[in-house]
Design a protein around this ligand. Structure first.
Ligand SMILES: Cc1cc2nc3c(=O)[nH]c(=O)nc-3n(C[C@H](O)[C@H](O)[C@H](O)COP(=O)(O)OP(=O)(O)OC[C@H]3O[C@@H](n4cnc5c(N)ncnc54)[C@H](O)[C@@H]3O)c2cc1C
Length: 413
């Protein structure tokens, strides 16, 4: 049975994360938005890391499979993760993405790595200095169609040699240059094998041949570094291929399932971050209107509500529905149920609806909403990323339709 009642441990930790979001993130939101790429990781990002570490939050990632209390069988890592992320994104979505955590790279290790690789590569996040992990799939000619990867991995003796270019890598610079993190790079070991030849490779920070060549200037989440990475004869140990090296016959897409499993793990967190931004916008709109003596009247007939009241209630409904879908997808992952459909549903709904919620907040605040006096215009910019990365809204709809109607990728593209 679905039970979204959180245990004491999660309640206590999430209260601590909420405090971080309120005291260490939100007050800096405008500053980090206006000073893209100028953030000193040694200042408040370090502070956030220390606070998270002290509460156990930094090591509570889905890949570590956090467990509640003494119940060893009950995995709660994914639900824990989305609860934390929603709160952090409420504080500031860009700062959440800039927080030293395993993020997408860790999710890829969790989804595609062997138990030994998970232990080996994820253990580093539990100790030492702040670290980031990134995941690089997108290339200049490969985005929505992740099977079109052209970066190559060639086995030479005991090493894989990577060559290619990856773009729009979240936390790319921090993972490569600013910490002891890593990047999970998706590359093909056999172009002729199509999707089944595509494999994930863990490339450690500062590996020769891996270079950051550009940082994007962005519309939103400007505190998060988004990098172009070039791999030029980048040599990594043979054992850094995550999971199996076996290439299935051409046309067998099972070999590609690591990418899909990674998305099943990362789409609920993306949905959670979108919900955090949407909730921030709804709460702020409430406070703004309350100062002007406007408070929605719940429980009366819809035909008696004012337009503003209807708008506010619709915003709240979108946030709540998106959040429940997100919790369901994360919970399914925790109990070991396939959640491909639910992960895409929550990502699609939250990504699309939180853009609408934030736009409505700007609209309700009037010209002030469009000004830099309030954060709603920033949230409107930040929200859009939830509708794009980890598969756009259109791609989520394709996944959902394929799952519900039983179409193959070839039948519905
Ligand atoms: C800030 C930011 C951070 C990112 N971080 C990462 C990261 O960490 N790692 C990473 O690998 N990538 C990352 N990305 C890349 C992101 O995942 C891609 O931009 C996204 O998957 C879309 O791919 P694309 O840009 O090539 O768009 P395209 O695939 O070219 O799509 C363009 C448009 O066409 C639509 N479209 C495409 N195919 C179809 C179809 N079959 N049916 C209907 N509509 C379709 C899309 O929905 C979209 O609206 C990031 C992007 C941004 C902007």
């Amino acid at each position: 049975m679905i039970n979204f009642q959180h245990g004491d441990l999660l309640n206590n930790l999430s209260a601590a994360v909420e405090q971080i979001a309120r005291e260490h993130m939100r007050p800096f939101s405008r500053e980090v938005d206006e000073h893209e790429h100028e953030i000193n990781p040694d200042s408040y990002i370090n502070t956030m890391y220390e606070v998270l570490k002290a509460t156990g939050g930094a090591s509570n990632s889905p890949v570590m499979g956090a467990k509640e209390g003494g119940d060893k069988k009950r995995r709660t890592g994914n639900v824990t993760s989305v609860v934390f992320i929603e709160k952090m994104a409420w504080g500031d979505c860009g700062m959440y993405l800039a927080t030293p955590m395993p993020l997408l790279g860790g999710a890829a290790v969790g989804a595609a790595g062997t138990p030994e690789q998970k232990l080996k590569f994820m253990g580093r996040f539990k100790e030492g200095k702040p670290k980031w992990a990134a995941m690089a799939i997108t290339e200049p000619g490969c985005g929505s169609d992740s099977g079109a990867v052209t970066t190559t991995a060639t086995l030479e003796g005991d090493s894989w040699v990577l060559n290619g270019e990856k773009i729009f890598v979240t936390a790319g610079k921090r993972a490569v240059e600013d910490s002891e993190g890593f990047v999970v790079v998706w590359a093909t070991v056999d172009r002729k094998a199509g999707r089944s030849g595509i494999k994930p490779f863990l490339v450690d920070h500062h590996t020769p041949g891996m270079k950051v060549t550009k940082l994007e200037h962005k519309h939103g989440i400007r505190c998060s570094d988004t990098a172009v990475l070039v791999f030029d004869n980048c040599k990594i140990p043979k054992e850094n291929l995550l999971g199996s090296a076996e290439v299935k016959p051409t046309g067998d897409s099972k070999g590609f399932k690591g990418v899909m499993a990674t998305f099943d793990a990362t789409r609920p967190p993306v949905a959670a971050s979108a919900v955090g931004v949407g909730r921030a916008a709804v709460e702020y709109t409430h406070e703004y209107l309350a100062k002007q003596g406007v408070a929605p009247r719940y429980g009366i007939g819809r035909n008696k509500l004012t337009a503003i009241e209807k708008d506010l209630m619709m915003m709240e409904a979108k946030v709540k529905a998106s959040w429940l879908l997100t919790l369901k997808a994360a919970w399914m992952s925790d109990i070991g149920e396939p959640n491909n459909l639910e992960a895409s549903i929550c990502k699609c709904k939250a990504g699309r609806d939180m853009v609408a919620v934030c736009q409505k907040a700007v609209e309700i605040l009037g010209p002030e909403g469009y000004s830099r006096k309030h954060l709603v215009e920033k949230w409107m910019r930040d929200a859009k990323i939830g509708d794009i990365y980890e598969g756009t809204q259109q791609i989520q709809k394709l996944v959902v339709a394929r799952r519900i109607f039983g179409y193959s990728r070839e039948q519905l593209a």
